[in-house]
Design a protein around this ligand. Structure first.
Ligand code: PHE
Length: 495
């Protein structure tokens, strides 16, 4: 027996109009999937054309199958009544016919086949009636349906038939119809050109609806996509990127330079990761600067009374995984102090904090940080700048709340209105760097510096609808998620 595609071709060849009206009747017993695969492959070679047809298919329940083989309950009751010459005692019906006896009795009554005679059932018609129930069911078994819709509905109500959908196909000869299936060429080869075989070769037509093979290219992580958007915003506002490719910092740059006292809780082991090895960091070569920092912490300077505690060099020599990129901002400002002039710096990179990990926190995250140095800046300038900056990421309503940072005064938490969530969400921290920090570096008194920071993860999670940070970073991240996510537009509905 030849395979299904060949069977279809020879059936088409023999068919009167070159058409098979219904594959279900032409190829009974062959599954829809097999027929579909065969016709689509033949159609791809233009050997056939086809149309899918969906129709109702009625099938028999187990009870109905039993009726087809052994007759309906009512005809079985009639037979029993005829058999028992004296009539069938109503009380015996269950015993003789089993659980369906009562149903048979009801229907035989309704059909007028039997009547009551005292406590017995006797026949009401002489000739054995036609068992229409069994006949109809047999027809459905063969045809999959019944012409008499009312009867069909009745059988359905009696739970004798159930409806399913049937997919079948109407097939016609196509322009390339033949009884043999030619292997079609997919490429012109060197050999075909040399031998001239290409002139007679048959080529497979292009399938324009086939999905292309996906090129195995790399993909930017969503965090990197959002990072790139932020970089463009900074560049468009005249900022220069700071060199942040170094995760390990000294306690000096991470804390002391920022006027964070050596007893500050942020410096505790519970909050900061310290390195065991190497044990000591190099301190800045600018001895004057070191002395200034020492003095401003211990005794005060530049109009500040200081923290008044014994400042220890060893504390600032400890190595830490940086807890904020503000350590780099401090180093950049120290460089700027050699030749003070207005400047704008930014960075977007990783920072580390010894935090309990939960759905929205890891022990590391990315900080977006900006710093603006200029003469005679005011808090109003900072607020105005924040409004322009966040407007570029689609946040148009801001609120500021007084806050505390050891290195800024005043300090402000920034809140943005999140239209989607219908509430104010905290989006950043900001402030004006303290004179204790800036003047120690040698920056002129009238040069003020604004700074602010926010996390990269937060807007990324909002943008990509991620509620658990472990789906964004780490070993549980699905590669599909990385590869298939589109780029973002920060200026559209972030908040
Ligand atoms: N370093 C701050 C933080 O970790 C951000 C900040 C930077 C605040 C600069 C003020 C000035 O949140």
């Amino acid at each position: 027996m030849s395979d299904l595609p060949h069977q279809i071709l020879s059936a088409l060849d023999k068919a009167p109009n070159g058409t098979i009206e219904d594959t279900k009747t032409a190829f009974p017993g062959v599954s829809t999937e097999q027929v579909q695969a065969a016709v689509t492959s033949l159609a791809a070679k233009s050997m056939v054309t086809f149309k899918a047809k969906e129709q109702d298919l009625w099938t028999l329940t187990a009870e109905a199958e039993d009726i087809v083989s052994n007759g309906s309950h009512e005809i079985r009751l009639y037979d029993e009544v005829v058999k028992s010459l004296e009539g069938l005692k109503i009380s015996e019906v269950g015993k003789v016919l089993g659980p369906s006896g009562k149903l048979g009795q009801q229907r035989a009554f309704k059909n007028g086949w039997v009547r009551k005679d005292g406590d017995k059932l006797v026949k009401n018609v002489e000739e054995k009636p036609v068992d229409t129930t069994a006949q109809d069911l047999l027809a459905i078994k063969k045809e999959g349906t019944l012409a008499d819709a009312k009867e069909l509905a009745d059988l359905k109500k009696r739970k004798l038939v159930t409806k399913t959908k049937l997919l079948s196909f109407a097939i016609s000869k196509g322009p390339e119809f033949a009884l043999e299936i030619q292997k079609l060429e997919t490429d012109v080869t060197i050999e075909m050109i040399q031998s001239g075989a290409w002139k007679t070769a048959k080529f497979k037509p292009y399938n324009f609806s086939a999905e292309g093979a996906s090129p195995g290219a790399g993909a930017l992580h969503p965090l990197n996509k959002v990072r790139e958007e932020f970089r463009q915003i900074f560049f468009s506002m005249g900022f220069t990127e700071m060199p942040t490719a170094q995760y390990v910092e000294s306690g000096f740059w991470n804390f002391d330079a920022l006027y964070v006292p050596q007893q500050h809780p942020a410096r505790d082991l519970q909050d900061t990761f310290y390195l065991k090895n190497p044990t000591k960091a190099d301190l800045p070569e600018d001895k004057k600067y070191l002395e200034n920092i020492h003095a401003v912490h211990e005794t005060g300077a530049y109009g500040s009374i200081g923290y008044r505690y014994p400042w220890k060099t060893e504390e600032s020599q400890k190595l830490v995984l940086r807890t904020h990129t503000t350590a780099i901002s401090a180093a950049m400002l120290h460089k700027l102090a050699k030749d003070p002039k207005p400047a704008r710096y930014f960075s977007i990179d990783r920072v580390f904090r010894n935090e309990a990990v939960d759905a929205t926190h890891l022990a590391e995250f990315h900080q977006v940080e900006g710093v603006i140095a200029d003469y005679n800046l005011t808090l109003g300038d900072l607020i105005g700048f924040m409004e322009r900056f966040f407007a570029k990421m689609g946040v148009h309503q801001l609120r500021f709340k007084a806050a505390y940072n050891p290195y800024t005064e005043p300090s402000m938490e920034i809140f943005g209105w999140h239209g989607g969530l219908g509430k104010w969400v905290e989006i950043g921290n900001s402030g004006m760097f303290r004179p204790e920090m800036l003047e120690s570096m040698g920056l002129p008194k009238d040069m003020r510096v604004h700074g602010w920071g926010l996390s990269l993860e937060r807007p990324t999670m909002i943008k990509y609808g991620v509620s658990n940070i472990r789906e964004l970073l780490g070993h549980k991240v699905s590669l599909d998620f990385i590869e298939n996510n589109p780029a973002v537009r920060l200026d559209e509905d972030l908040v």
